[in-house]
Ligand binder design. Structure first.
Ligand code: SF4
Length: 301
């Protein structure tokens, strides 16, 4: 049997920024409110958030995700557009149907859409620093008037053609250093470059806090969906900066061996992770971490 030396005194800090961002919270509140007051079946275009546990809870309340409106056979239904937003042509086509549509696009994503639209009208090409297949990015591409390019970072900017005028924007959950490095590369290939740092403020705060605490932690536990881009990004930051980092979806993925010699533990979570899941992880960490444990909540909820 393996025996691990556990730290004598352990401090567990729970991130202030852990849990739902305002955009996700707004979308969830909207569908739950609809489910409470409407007799219609509620569909979301794509999973409302990238978190399996929350999606299961929503299903229990008869809120279902569809990949396209063609899957909705029921005329007496409500379709919710999720926080990531969709391309304008797709939205126009949906609104032309005989269906009640509720828009839960995050206002901060709408701000990026408007930024791209305004620049595209003035003849700018758009460079989006983000994940090519992410729903938010697919939606943003729809505003570029056909002159949009997606890059994951500075290396991919080098492969782009030269531009007379370009506007570089970020997916709202992008890592700031990557965006700024991509903008520096873009300066070399654009005659005129507009730099629109559209990383949203909740993401910026979350990343700032994560960097600060990951640097001084022996173990960082990142809680969130394995399919959540913003959680994956948080984990990448922690992997780089902390002595050890783990990305888990549920508390039962925690192992005693993770806590070996760890006296400073930081728990953070992605924008689509519910507080109750972070609490379960905290309870399990408390059980596995050792005997003298102090808990610091940076933002008691
Ligand atoms: S991450 Fe930011 S932009 Fe995206 S939904 Fe949340 S608050 Fe809105």
């Amino acid at each position: 049997m393996l025996k691990f030396l556990m730290a004598e005194r352990v401090q567990i800090t729970v991130a202030k920024s852990a849990g739902f961002c305002p955009g996700v919270k707004n979308a969830i509140d909207k569908v739950l409110e609809l489910a409470k007051h409407s007799k219609k079946t509620i569909y979301t275009l794509g999973p409302l958030i990238h978190n399996k546990q929350v999606i299961e809870t929503l299903k229990e309340q008869n809120i279902r995700a569809v990949n396209s409106v063609a899957e909705i056979k029921d005329k007496n239904a409500i379709l919710v557009l999720r926080a990531h937003g969709i391309p304008p042509e797709e939205e126009a086509a949906i609104r032309a149907l005989d269906l009640e549509v509720v828009d839960a696009t995050c206002p901060l994503v709408k701000h990026v859409q408007e930024n791209i639209r305004a620049h595209a009208k003035k003849g700018y090409s758009t460079i989006i620093v983000g994940d090519r297949d992410h729903a938010e990015v697919l939606g943003l591409m729809g505003y570029t008037e056909g002159r949009g390019y997606v890059v994951s970072g500075p290396e991919e900017v080098k492969k782009l053609p030269p531009f007379k005028k370009a506007n570089i924007v970020a997916q709202t959950t992008q890592e700031e250093d990557i965006f700024l490095a991509a903008a520096e590369e873009a300066r070399k290939i654009a005659g005129e470059l507009a730099v629109s740092n559209t990383i949203c403020n909740p993401t910026r705060q979350r990343q700032k806090e994560t960097v600060k605490f990951a640097k001084k932690s022996d173990l960082v536990i990142v809680v969130g969906g394995k399919n959540s881009a913003n959680t994956a990004r948080l984990f990448q930051i922690c992997e780089r900066l902390a002595k050890k980092a783990v990305h888990i979806e549920r508390e039962d993925e925690l192992k005693k061996s993770f806590f070996k010699g760890a006296s400073k533990i930081f728990i953070t979570a992605g924008a689509s992770t519910p507080t109750w899941m972070t609490e379960k992880v905290l309870a399990k960490a408390r059980e596995l971490a050792g005997s003298k444990i102090s808990i610091k909540r940076r933002n008691p909820r």
